[in-house]
Design a protein around this ligand. Structure first.
Ligand code: SF4
Ligand code: SF4
Length: 345
């Protein structure tokens, strides 16, 4: 089937899930462990899980228990798309060696977000619908300072044999250096193991004061640079619509297609991360999340006749919420009806 056919089928499928009251995307922090200590990491922030517990204080699983609990989650949520994040997912590479082929076998699109701190198993390269996203935050001096022990030297070794998506989160330190983004893009465009390059902008929490946070002028400059550089780098996947969202992000989680369609769970597989994968109290007006921008761009797209996809989406969401509210009642009535049919009068 062509990509276009696949895409149309996926959108209709996702729409069906929304109308049925499910969220089509599931994001799972598969472990609480990570050998890195990146400055500005939201996963280990004090408020990421709401303030009463941090990721390091939560339970997580390993071995057969992790595999069976993970697959039970998939059975319960029946997502079309799964993001596996952490912590560092590769600390559970043995369990992932079982989980990933099962997800592929079920036709689920899976995204694994990793630092590539250890080798990525070669057998994963042939799994269908698996996207390996490697976080690379700048050129070696800046990246290595932020993300050791997942240094450039290790990444380059560990991605051999794969086709990865390079994911760079631009912080203020990078935005301030002229020509930096272009050099970064050239480095990864030339790497034969790069399939795509994604660029996010650092998303702060509300009221955050940090060295990473971009000013409005920084954001405008990075967006302008990306528009200029896009024609020069074929692997850079930043559509106009996505850059428009960076320039004008959703104003709140209620207005964010990504937040409304993605269920985010932490490492005990019970704790929900709200309002989106960042947790805490994210500053939507400074959002630079590429996943959010991608979905939002679809939502802002106008169909023939001028109606925005997002208007249909939010109407469908209301239908789905009603269906979800009715589901336990309908199920209970169904069960009761079945019982009554079977019971002697
Ligand atoms: S690799 Fe990811 S989870 Fe680990 S510290 Fe860095 S940003 Fe946080
Ligand atoms: S993804 Fe961005 S816009 Fe959406 S809720 Fe999170 S911070 Fe806000």
């Amino acid at each position: 089937m062509s990509d276009r056919g696949l895409l149309a089928r996926d959108v209709i499928h996702a729409w069906g899930r929304i109308l049925a009251g499910y969220r089509p995307n599931l994001s799972i922090e598969i472990t609480k462990e990570c050998p890195l200590r990146c400055p500005g990491c939201y996963a280990y922030g004090d408020d990421h899980l709401g303030g009463d517990v941090t990721l390091r204080g939560l339970a997580d699983f390993r071995g057969d228990e992790l595999v069976s609990r993970f697959m039970a989650l998939i059975d319960r949520h029946r997502p079309l798309h799964v993001s596996i994040v952490g912590g560092e997912p590769l600390v559970r590479y043995r369990e992932l060696g079982v989980i990933l082929p099962r997800l592929a076998g079920r036709g689920i699109h899976t995204q694994l977000v990793t630092s590539a701190v250890r080798p990525i198993p070669l057998e994963w390269a042939s799994l269908r619908r698996l996207q390996l996203v490697v976080s690379i935050d700048g050129l070696p001096p800046e990246h290595d300072a932020r993300r050791a022990p997942a240094t450039y030297e290790r990444i380059v070794k560990h991605i051999a044999g794969h086709q990865i998506t390079v994911h760079c989160t631009v912080t203020r330190q990078q935005a301030r250096k002229e020509g930096y983004l272009e050099e970064f893009l050239r480095t990864w465009q030339e790497n034969p193991h790069t399939r795509l390059i994604w660029v996010s902008l650092y998303t702060p929490q509300k009221g955050e004061i940090s060295a990473e946070r971009l000013t409005s002028a920084d954001r405008a400059q990075v967006i302008a640079d990306l528009r200029r550089l896009r024609p020069m780098f074929s692997k850079l996947q930043m559509l106009d619509g996505m850059l428009n969202v960076y320039a004008q992000p959703p104003q709140s989680p209620q207005d964010c297609v990504f937040a409304q369609t993605t269920e985010c769970l932490s490492s005990d597989f019970e704790r929900r991360i709200t309002p989106c994968q960042f947790g805490g109290n994210p500053d939507c007006s400074n959002c630079g999340c590429i996943a959010s921008a991608g979905l939002e761009a679809i939502g802002r797209h106008r169909l023939t006749g001028g109606i925005q996809v997002g208007r249909i989406f939010y109407a469908s969401l209301q239908v789905g919420r009603t269906v979800a509210r009715l589901r336990p009642v309908t199920a209970a009535r169904g069960a009761q009806g079945e019982l009554e049919e079977r019971s002697p009068a």
